[in-house]
Design a protein around this ligand. Structure first.
Ligand code: PLP
Length: 395
């Protein structure tokens, strides 16, 4: 048996998305830049995908740029806003301490160039407020970049409110919506979003394809130079099969967004209640403003890595921290940002389910986690010290 509970790392390809891709591997292999019929058929498909994706996000086709994924979209959004700011003498950026590394590492590069970045403190519940953004904006601020939903603890930020503050102050607002797209209803107009990143493989589309939405009037800076694809802003022959798969996956997700979210959230809450019965376990992030599929816990007295390996033996695919940080012994920057001390942050578990997860699977996961935590604690010297009162419980 295998239960996949790592949908924040990547998702399965939906059969609909796969079927939408197949013709573009076979008959419709043209290059959209070619003037002949084979190329023009591919170009029509490209235009159609752009129109369908724009419709889901409620923006114009000309505001959609295809990229190689979420990381590239984040990089291009941030660099573009920075270059625009720099031209107007503005070199201050506002972000948060718990962004994805695609955002954080891009900001670090800009800091080396002399940009000043304020990382807003995330509250213990894993949320920031629009008020914090308002208080931090100065005349020098050229960009606010705040993720829509966190990939580790699943908290969903008040994006529309932050967008309203940025619009009022005339500051460009970017959101990394990679975890939210296809899972939460997004409307870039209503939420005052100027730039947004998404990635198909996080909503049952293919890997290696994403979108940067940039509102008309925001001039993008090229990261990749070459041909005139994507209105000259992103060179390289378009990955038509992946683009068609992404459009199909996004439309499919959007069509079922409410029922999928309700079904997934019910199982999420079942998992949270079941795992929450384990002593000295604490849910990470707010229970309410949370992605429908995210369950994230810290357990006192154990190591997240051993937890994952033993869960894998029981057929449960889970994660601690983010996929990019596993393999390193540093505790997750997200858990540290919400104030978890190092020793507790090490004992973390992230389960990310989706609408394909069943009640039986959720119950199996609860039993497996309960067993594994108990057996690891039975071997843990830290746990013995906690039990003997030689050490104080943190959670
Ligand atoms: C997965 C992820 C990314 C990176 O997307 P890729 O398409 O894998 O490059 C960026 N931000 C968040 C929040 C993510 O979860």
């Amino acid at each position: 048996m295998r239960i996949y509970a790592d949908n924040a790392a990547t998702t399965s390809l939906s059969p609909t998305a796969k079927a939408a891709m197949m013709p573009y591997f076979d008959d419709i292999y043209g290059n959209p830049s070619s003037l002949h019929t084979v190329g023009q058929i591919a170009k029509e498909a490209l235009t159609d995908a752009r129109r369908r994706i724009a419709a889901v996000l409620n923006c114009a086709e000309a505001e959609i740029y295809f990229t190689s994924g979420g990381s590239e979209a984040d990089n291009q959004a941030i660099v573009s806003a920075a270059r625009l700011g720099e031209r107007g003498g503005k070199k201050h950026i506002i972000s948060t301490a718990f962004e994805h590394h695609a955002v954080l590492h891009t900001l670090k590069e800009l800091e080396k160039e002399g940009f000043d970045v304020t990382y807003l403190d995330v509250h213990g519940d894993g949320l920031i407020t629009a008020e914090q953004v308002r208080e931090t904006i100065t005349d020098e601020t050229c960009l606010v970049t705040v993720m829509y939903a966190n990939n580790e603890i699943g908290t969903v930020q008040p994006i529309a409110e932050i967008g309203a503050v940025c619009r009022e102050k005339g500051v460009v607002f970017h959101t990394d919506a990679v975890q939210a797209a296809g899972h939460l209803y997004i409307d870039v107009q209503r939420e005052n979003i100027d730039m947004l990143s998404l990635s198909a493989h996080k909503f049952h589309g293919p890997k290696g394809i994403g979108v940067l939405y940039a509102r008309r009037g925001i001039r993008l800076t090229n990261l990749i130079h070459g041909g005139a694809q994507e209105r000259g802003k992103r060179a390289g022959t378009e990955n038509i099969p992946a683009i068609m798969g992404m459009a199909a996956a996004l439309e499919e997700a959007a069509a079922h967004i409410e029922e999928n979210a309700a079904k997934t959230a019910a199982l999420r809450d079942r998992l949270i209640a079941g795992i929450g019965k384990i002593p000295h376990a604490a849910l990470n992030g707010d229970a309410e403003h949370r992605l429908p599929g995210n369950v994230s816990f810290c357990f006192e007295g154990i190591e997240g890595e051993s937890l994952l390996l033993l869960l894998d033996d029981k057929g449960v695919c889970a994660s601690s921290g983010s996929a990019c940080t596993s393999g390193s012994l540093d505790p997750s920057h997200v858990l540290l940002a919400i104030g978890r001390p190092h020793e507790v942050a090490h004992g973390s578990l992230r389960l990310t389910i989706d609408h394909n997860t069943t009640k039986e699977e959720a119950d199996y996961i609860i039993d497996a986690v309960t067993d594994v935590v108990a057996s690891l604690r039975a071997m843990s010297p830290v746990w013995r010290d906690l039990r003997n009162g030689k050490r104080d419980y943190i959670i």
